[in-house]
Every structure is written in structure tokens, then in C-alpha cells.
Design a protein around this ligand. Sequence first.
Ligand code: CP
Ligand code: NVA
Length: 312
Amino acid sequence: MSPQPIRHFLDLWRLDAATIRAILEEARRRKAARAGWTRGRADADAPAAGRTLAMVFEKTSTRTRFSFDAAMRQLGGSVIIANAMDMQLGRGEPVEDTARVLSRMVDAVMIRAHRHDDLERFAQVADVPVINGLTDRSHPCQVLADILTIEEQGGSIADKILAWVGDGNNVCASLIHAVGKLGGVLRIACPADYHPDLHDLARAGNAGSVQIVHDAREAVAGADCVLTDTWVSMGDTDHDARIAAFEPFQVDEALMSQAHPDAIFLHCLPAHRGEEVTDAVIDGPCSRVFDEAENRIHVQKAVLAWCFGGVC
Ligand code: CP
Ligand code: NVA
């Protein structure tokens, strides 16, 4: 019998819709099953018992770091966390050698990388599942948590209009992949110089529709969900030019009033209040940003369970 292929979780565009749906359903099921439990209590089935996840961070993190750590504990496993600059990786040890070594020591690796290509190089030689914890090009774990949050309001994203306002960045790219696989309408309002990567549009699949506009009000009109992110991502160097270019793309109450009356607001966090979003919106009745942050744990658990051969 030939061995099962390693289940890397690198990008949503690499997975079929049924797999993405199964991961989301697993997240929902596990979240519901532990309602009211203390956060440190392990799930009854402990599918990661006896397994260790390594987490390698080339960039800072709060949500990804804590949610993967909590997720592994709830699945009955353990973690080893390292900043890349504390590893020989930070002194130039090749990505491939690091991947071969960690593959002998742990059961899965989550990486937050500056360069997406380094994540891909790592996965090409790793003998254990590799998970994308954010790169310059995508953030698939975040977008699964976003979809879980949107669908908790009722209905499928296939029947929703999503409005992304701001930078065509890594989170936006994964949202494009998600809509390409699962359906729905995604309207992206961004300045002309900050479009999403057109490769992402091309390989996203055609289950849904993606439109790019340059007017935030046009994108938000009648939308079920308005999403934004920082105007200056980790690694971006053109801070002042960005702040100037994105100024017309702030999500404020006037913009939210253009959306559907039941629309929700999402932000992957960390937020720069007063830049991409006002306090009134992020702290207001439409905001679901802390449900979204919590959902990172539930999604991470489902991704890990899938990587370890469960779920589907
Ligand atoms: N949203 C997100 O990935 O947050 P962190 O950068 O804190 O991990
Ligand atoms: N686009 C942001 C997301 C942070 C979670 C960044 O890459 O910095």
C-alpha cells in the first residue's frame, strides 16, 4: 500500500471545496462540544495525544501564537515555540535543512514566514505536515476563522456579499481563494496601486465572483460583511505613502451605514484604530472581531486534526 500524502495546509486554493467545508464543520463541531468548559480542558477524543507541533515565527504574533498553542493543548498534544532569530535559521541555515531536522523531532510545523517561497521550500522537503501561519502572500488560517464567524450569523458565504476595504494584502488573497472555492461575492475596494495579486484571482477557482473597485462605498453597498485590515502589514516599508493612499478607505459609521442593515464588521487584528477603522465601528454593535479572534482556536484545531489524518 502506498503511503498517504502529507497533509500540508499551505493555501486554500490548494484544497478542494469539500475539504475546506469538512475543516470548517470540524471547527464548528468541536467549538459546540466544549461550550462552557474551561479553556485548558482537553477535548474528549484528544486526537493530538502523543504529538508535538513546532511553531516557527519570523514575524511577531499574538493570535496565531496563542491560538495554536491553546489548540494543541485542547487536542491533547504539546508545542515547541521558537522565534526564527533565535534559531540557526536566523543565521542563515538553509530552510531545507531546518525542515529536515524538525521533521525528525516533531509531528507538524507551523511557520509564520516573511517570504511565501520559504514556506513552500520548507514544505517541499518536510516529512511532516506544514501549516501556513501567515506569509507575505496569504493567511489561510485567518480566513477560515473569518468564514466560521460569518456563517455563525446564519447562512453560507456562498449566499453572501463580502466587502473588503483597504489593502489587497495577504489576508485579502486568502479571502479571494476562499470565495473562489466556496462561492459568494467578494467586492474589493482598494487604491489603484494596492490591488491584490492578479495570480490569486486567476487560480482562485470560479465558485464565486471577485470584483475590484476603487470606491469603498461601491464595495460596501448592501454587503453582508465588511472586512478590513491594517494599511501597513508586517514587512511593508512604504508607511507614509500607504497612509496617504488609504485615507479614503477608512471603515467608519458612515461607510457601515451603506451595508445591509444586519451587516457585520470583521478585522483579523491587530487593528490601528483611527486608521483603517474607527473606534465607533470596531467597538460598535456590528463588530464581531473578538468572536473572530476566538474562532482562530477552533479553526486551528480543525486544521491540525485534518493534518494529522482526521476530519476527512
Ligand atoms: N490575526 C493574526 O494573525 O494575528 P497575530 O498577528 O497576532 O497572530
Ligand atoms: N496583513 C497583516 C495581517 C496581520 C495578522 C500583516 O501581514 O501584517
